[in-house]
Design a binder for this molecule. Sequence first.
Ligand SMILES: *Cc1c(COP(=O)(O)O)cnc(C)c1O
Length: 400
Amino acid sequence: MTHDPFSRWDLTPVINASGTMTGIGAARVPKDIRRIVNGILASFVNMDELQSRAGAVIARLTGAEAGCVTSCSAAAMVQTVAATLTGCNLARIEALPAVTGARRVLLPAGHMVNYGAPVDQAIRLTGAEVIPIGTAAACETWHLEAALEEGAAAAFYVVSHHTVRENEMPIDVFIALCREHDVPVIVDMASEYDLTGPIAHGASVAIYSGHKFLSGVTSGIVAGAAELIRATYLQHFGIGRVMKAGKESVTGAMAALESWEERDHEAAGMEEDARVASWITELAPIPGLTLSRHDDWTGNPIRRARIDIDAGSAGFHAWELADRLRRRSPSIVVRDDLVERQEIYLDPCNLTDDEARDVSAAIHEEAARFRACGDGCRTSWSDIKRARAVSAVSWSGHAS
Ligand SMILES: *Cc1c(COP(=O)(O)O)cnc(C)c1O
């Protein structure tokens, strides 16, 4: 039997031009990290000790007092909120989601977004009550102050391209106000490269995914104040058990952080710039496409190629192209969260140079096929959304 999972279980290879997406296996884990994870898999280790070693690595990289590793950021969101409800009281930890005492958790209304699942659900899972602050496009200081005056167990802040940017309260203002009222602030930084910012601003906890830009094994990294981190870790005696981080997650996150520390970020950035520049040159001649370089919304050092599609002259909608690319073999996955605006983004961070060329070639091929067949504008955006929902709920756990 082959050890290659693709041939062993007949899996479709994927070329990832979308960045880091859970739906296609998150990160391409580099060899140095894989080697360390491999080293722990065949052994036993005291998990309390391993987690406290992880805390030291996390503290060093984030400037926080302490840290621990969870199974993913979503689990970290649940367990850090739980920590603010229970402290280190084991009886309270076992009692969740029944909460004794304060259970209000403040969340800017514009941060009530979906990262794959709803942010507010991760908070509610603990038994907490979510109190939205302001409205979707306006979170003002007086909204937050009024809610803080009524008391809260915690306040939650999301840094992400998913949030509503209009009148978003700056993170430093949010944290300062919460601190004035002694309310701990949890910051979801799952996809953000800035490992030190939130803690430097006074956040009680910052959460990062180990498997996004850090390219590690699926894991969540929690950095923060020592007592809150202890209460977060202790959730494994309660609701944390259903989202257990095993030895491979913990070592994977530690290795990812140290590998990140040692990586030559400038060289990696230059490689990515070159890939984006090649895409712009290679794809610009396709009728109806406008190519440009796009920097990340939240200030991450991410550059992408942006493709604006004029469906009239291209002969296809952005979503038709994205779907056609995904159905190829190898499947090519582009960044399609803004296809409703006829925009596609190509992210160079998880590709080899060969794969980047394959992406260009495939887009040329599919665009030519649409022009030849004239079938690229058959579906509306609502049709496609409905079809995607049908496809999502048609997943089956048996051979098709
Ligand atoms: C990806 C993401 C999450 C979830 O991260 P996982 O580690 O995959 O659970 C949560 N919040 C934001 C803003 C994200 O981008």
